[in-house]
Design a protein around this ligand. Structure first.
Ligand SMILES: NC(=O)c1ccc[n+]([C@@H]2O[C@H](COP(=O)([O-])OP(=O)(O)OC[C@H]3O[C@@H](n4cnc5c(N)ncnc54)[C@H](OP(=O)(O)O)[C@@H]3O)[C@@H](O)[C@H]2O)c1
Length: 328
């Protein structure tokens, strides 16, 4: 049986999850794809850190060593930030590799360019994990767009913000107490700025915009507001009126084809598709011309939900390749 040679860039929460799932599901993937996978190398930044054992895998802090692997076919990318991730993925695609990324900061900016480069090279880019972690919004949206047009997207795209707003209403916690609890539970980063300011949701919204509308609004035109100024009194007052605060990332295509996007707290009533979304979950409501509104809900982050979305991309990409070979 032929073997796919793969590399993982980044071995933190998500990178370790990819490694774990590829090992745990090795036989199942082998059977369904008719191909084995071999992780040849893992790129990290700090070689002195003690790590989960990964026998027979090269750990390197030098991307040149990854690029030099003969017959490398798949690169999973789970590092942080725009650079050098974009540069590494361009090099991997130019070498003829399929790439699969979870990196929303990089992909929100360079997604279209990477996909164009991949098209020219005849390889695929998987990015399910960049938006709403384990929720299959990218593949669902691609599927819907085969026939429907999407007119509006409204999402809860950051679980930490939704957790805080839920705790404020249900437990009557202050914003600060709910944030501290989110940190203790591992939902919020030590520096939660990107989560609570709306920046994280904004990046994911821009990835959805590229897919649904083939373009993005000008970033400077998007109003981005966080949840930091919402008080417990406001949350409880709204609840008494049957309303809930939700941190909503929204994009609408106007009749003239222009896009209007915003991220910010909204008060919603029971008729709204995001009203019932509680805790750390993410949700995306898609308004379409033929199907009406479809809402997807699920875990928007976390080691295994995110990594499983990336392994799903791998299975889809390799599955397509196998289908082509069988058809030929
Ligand atoms: N965590 C989630 O639930 C989640 C969900 C969706 C998407 N994502 C995205 O997935 C990516 C990874 O997130 P994570 O939570 O796994 O991060 P993490 O735990 O901080 O791990 C990052 C990994 O990348 C390595 N790394 C960082 N910069 C590097 C560089 N310049 N060169 C080589 N290696 C580098 C780090 O190396 P060292 O180990 O040596 O420090 C580490 O192994 C991010 O882009 C994030 O936005 C994460």
């Amino acid at each position: 049986m032929a073997t796919i040679q793969a590399a993982i860039l980044g071995f933190g929460t998500v990178g370790q999850g990819i490694y774990q799932i590829l090992n745990e599901k090795k036989d199942q993937l082998k059977e369904s794809l008719g191909l084995d996978i071999d992780i040849k190398a893992i790129l990290i930044r700090d070689k002195t850190k003690s790590r989960m054992a990964a026998p027979d895998v090269l750990f390197t802090d030098n991307f040149d060593e990854i690029e030099a692997i003969p017959d490398l076919q798949i690169v999973f990318e789970a590092i942080v930030g725009e650079d050098p991730a974009y540069d590494y993925l361009c090099k991997a695609i130019q070498k003829g590799c399929h790439v699969i990324t979870a990196n929303k900061v990089m992909f929100s900016k360079h997604g279209l360019e990477l996909q164009e480069l991949a098209n020219r090279q005849g390889v695929h880019v998987g990015y399910e994990a960049t938006t709403a972690g384990g929720v299959p919004i990218i593949s669902t949206l691609k599927n819907i767009l085969l026939v429907n047009q999407v007119q509006r997207i409204q999402g809860i795209l950051n679980g930490t913000s939704n957790y805080i707003l839920t705790q404020m209403r249900v437990q009557e916690s202050s914003f600060q107490d709910a944030l501290e609890e989110a940190k203790l539970l591992g939902y919020a980063e030590a520096d939660p700025f990107n989560d609570i300011s709306g920046q994280d949701a904004f990046r994911k919204l821009m990835i959805l915009s590229n897919l649904a509308f083939g373009k993005q609004p000008k970033w400077d035109d998007v109003s981005i507001e966080g949840i930091g100024d919402i008080t417990l009194e406001q949350v409880l007052g709204a609840a008494r009126e049957g309303l809930r605060f939700r941190h909503v990332a929204e994009i609408v295509e106007k009749v003239d084809g222009s896009l209007h996007a915003s991220v910010g707290p909204r008060l919603v009533g029971p008729e709204h598709p995001l009203y019932a979304i509680e805790g750390v979950n993410n949700a995306i409501a898609l308004e379409t011309d033929y199907m009406g509104t479809l809402t997807l809900v699920g875990p928007g982050a976390g080691k295994l939900p995110t990594a499983s979305a990336m392994v799903k991309d791998y299975a889809e990409i390799i599955g397509k390749r196998t289908q082509i070979l069988v058809t030929i």
